[in-house]
Structures are given as structure tokens and as C-alpha cells.
Design a protein around this ligand. Structure first.
Ligand SMILES: Nc1nc2c(ncn2[C@@H]2O[C@H](COP(=O)(O)OP(=O)(O)OP(=O)(O)O)[C@@H](O)[C@H]2O)c(=O)[nH]1
Ligand SMILES: [Mg+2]
Ligand SMILES: [Zn+2]
Length: 347
């Protein structure tokens, strides 16, 4: 059979239809034409709504669209990206170094861990992925909250990730706040956590902090206004980072940082600056998880009389015994019981 030839007009119509389809796709209205040969791994450096920036293995920053139904994607995730084909030349990816290049996240790689928080109406929101260390930032103003510190510590223990406690704004130290610093340092270093006192105003503690941040991915967490972004700015003065005001009265911040963002430090350190919280509730799935979150307390749990001891009313509870023998810090034990109570109330 003779090959049917298209009239020039028909051909033009088809060409224009194809182009318009690809154009629509690039706007996110359908399936994108992707170039498999361009597949590469990138790490998410910030993600907000449909906007995602990642960096390639060559540390090139790329803006990406996201394929649908990939589930949660967080700062610190490793993702698989592909480039969209150039609409004018179907076989070619868009020029990789031009602004017109279109990258699409097509998959999220398996994570080693995911830090989450509870958002509005109990919704679970991802904060950051593949974290090696949680840096719990507190300050002399706003005042440190030991219950918040303990809740972050349980999150770190269960991720699992290392934990480091920073007490910032040491320049504001007076007689009363010095006691707070000494008490916190004694308590948490006694349990085995590193505690670093810093001041961004007086360049204090930065060396110790920079050393603690090497060779891992750390995330700065804590209340708004404690100086998380100021710490990143002090270590990386060339980065454009927003620092916020705080209330004169309480020292509380104004939620200046709105999206987590990832930065590179020397000695293979990576730091994620995260938005300040009003509160933080770890997602604990069991009492065992809560117990595991308290490394000074968990070491006693093996000696409880009942293997399923809830460490509240049972006879022969080794944790309660340790507390009454004065082997546990009172405040830590109180916070431990408070978390268990909150967990039980939700069941
Ligand atoms: N006195 C004193 N002020 C500091 C120090 N570090 C930061 N600040 C101030 O604290 C305020 C809040 O700083 P940010 O770095 O924006 O705080 P943040 O923790 O990032 O706050 P959010 O982004 O809202 O979570 C700013 O006014 C800083 O100048 C410090 O060491 N000493
Ligand atoms: Mg900030
Ligand atoms: Zn027990």
C-alpha cells in the first residue's frame, strides 16, 4: 500500500499540537516528556509547597518540579531528577546550564531517617531527612525550656541521630542566668550530651560548634528567636540569611525563617537551618519509644519485674526504684512521666 502522505497543512497542525502538548506539560498540566539519559541524584536544599531547590552531585543548584504522588519530600532528602526534553527538539534535553532547563523530581530515595513534627490539627509534617545530628538551640532569652529540650532529645534518640545542646546569647549572662547555664550544662553533660555555650554577638563558642558540625548533616532546631539563623550566618557570613527581631519583653522571635534550608560547611559538614517552633511534640508510637528517648532512664528498664512494664504503677519497676533512690534527675523523670501521660491520653 502506498504510504499516505500528509498535506503540509496537516503536518503543521500535528506539529503545533505536539508543541502545545509539551508546553502544557512543562507547565504541569500533564505528563512531562523526560529524558532518561539525564537521570541523576540530587539533594533537596529547600522545599516549600510546589517549589523545590536541590543540588546535584557537582553542587549545582537546580530548581525542580515534582512528579505527582511522590509523598512527602523534605529538606535533606536525596531525590532522583530528570530533565525535561526540549520542546523544540524532542530528543534533546533542555540545555543543562540555561535558565530554560527543566528539572523534575521523579523519585525520592530511601531515607536513613525523617524528623517530623505535628502541625495544625495533629497533622504530621516532615521537617528534614537524613539527619546525623540534632542541634537543639536554646538561649538565655527566650528562656530555656527543659521539657522542650527533653522532647527534642527523645526525637534525636529515636531517629536515631546524635544530639548537641547549644546555649546561645551567652553575652546576656547575669547572676541569675549563669545559674541556668550551669544547671543545664551539668545536667545534660552528666547524661552524656555535648553542651556548647555560644554568643554570636561576642564570637563565643564558634570554633567548638564548627568542630561539632563537621562530617555530618546537622539540623538546628528550637524556639523562634534563639538565634539559629544567626549561628549559620556567623559560620557562613557570605550566605544571604534573614535574621529576625525578637520581642523586647520575652525575647521570643517572630518566626523569621519560614522554610528549612541546607548549607555546606567546611570539613564535610552540612547544616540545615529550620523555622523556629512554638512547641515541639515528638511522634512517639509506644512507651518503649519514650523510654528509649531518655538515655539516662532507659538503662534501668531491663531490670523491671514485668517485661511489659509501663513504668507507672507496676510493682518491681526498676525505673521508679531508680528515681526514688535518687539515681535519676528529678526534672528528667518528671518530664519522662509527663510524656508517658500525654501518650496514654491520646490512646
Ligand atoms: N544578644 C544576642 N543576640 C543574638 C545572638 N544570636 C542571635 N541574636 C539575636 O536574636 C534575634 C533572633 O535571631 P535569629 O537568628 O533570627 O533567630 P532564629 O532562631 O533563627 O529565629 P526563627 O527564624 O524565627 O526561628 C536577632 O535579633 C539576633 O540578632 C547572641 O548570641 N546574642
Ligand atoms: Mg531563623
Ligand atoms: Zn518499669
Amino acid at each position: 500500500m502506498a504510504k499516505r502522505r500528509l498535506s503540509k497543512q496537516q503536518q503543521r497542525r500535528i506539529d503545533s499540537k505536539q508543541k502545545s502538548k509539551i508546553h502544557n506539560d512543562l507547565l504541569g498540566d500533564g505528563k512531562l516528556q523526560l529524558d532518561e539519559a539525564s537521570t541523576q541524584t540530587a539533594r533537596v536544599i529547600s522545599h516549600h509547597g510546589r517549589q523545590l531547590y536541590a543540588e546535584t552531585e557537582e553542587l549545582k543548584k537546580i530548581k525542580c518540579k515534582i512528579r505527582q504522588n511522590l509523598g512527602d519530600i523534605a529538606c535533606g532528602d536525596y531525590v532522583v531528577v530528570q530533565q525535561a526534553k526540549d520542546p523544540d527538539s524532542q530528543d534533546q534535553p533542555t540545555a543543562p546550564h540555561s535558565d530554560a532547563s527543566q528539572y523534575v523530581v521523579v523519585a525520592v530515595k530511601e531515607r536513613s531517617n525523617l524528623l517530623v513534627k505535628t502541625g495544625f490539627a495533629g497533622a504530621i509534617k516532615p521537617v528534614a531527612a537524613n539527619i546525623g545530628q540534632l542541634v537543639i538551640v536554646t538561649a538565655l532569652k527566650p528562656k530555656p525550656n527543659p521539657y522542650l529540650i527533653d522532647r527534642y532529645l527523645t526525637a534525636a534518640e529515636n531517629l536515631p541521630a546524635k544530639a548537641l545542646i547549644v546555649i546561645n546569647k551567652a553575652d546576656l549572662m547575669d547572676h541569675e542566668t549563669k545559674r541556668t547555664v550551669d544547671d543545664l550544662t551539668k545536667l545534660y553533660s552528666g547524661i552524656g550530651y555535648d553542651v556548647i555555650c555560644t554568643s554570636m554577638k561576642q564570637d563565643l563558642g564558634l570554633e567548638a560548634l564548627a568542630e561539632a558540625l563537621s562530617n555530618t548533616t546537622s539540623i538546628l532546631v528550637g524556639l523562634s528567636g534563639v538565634g539559629k539563623s544567626s549561628i549559620v550566618k556567623a559560620i557562613l557570613p557570605k550566605e544571604e540569611i534573614k535574621i529576625g527581631d525578637t520581642s523586647q519583653a520575652t525575647g521570643e522571635g517572630k518566626h523569621t525563617t519560614t522554610v528549612s534550608a541546607l548549607y555546606h560547611l567546611k570539613d564535610n559538614g552540612i547544616i540545615i537551618d529550620s523555622p523556629g517552633v512554638r512547641d515541639f511534640t515528638p511522634i512517639n508510637n509506644s512507651i518503649d519509644e519514650i523510654t528509649n528517648g531518655f538515655k539516662d532512664i532507659r538503662k534501668f528498664s531491663g531490670a523491671c519485674k514485668f517485661s511489659n512494664c509501663s513504668h507507672t504503677n507496676e510493682p518491681g519497676c526498676a525505673i521508679k526504684q531508680a528515681a526514688s533512690d535518687g539515681l535519676l534527675d528529678e526534672q528528667r523523670f518528671k518530664n519522662y512521666l509527663r510524656l508517658i501521660q500525654e501518650f496514654n491520653e491520646q490512646q
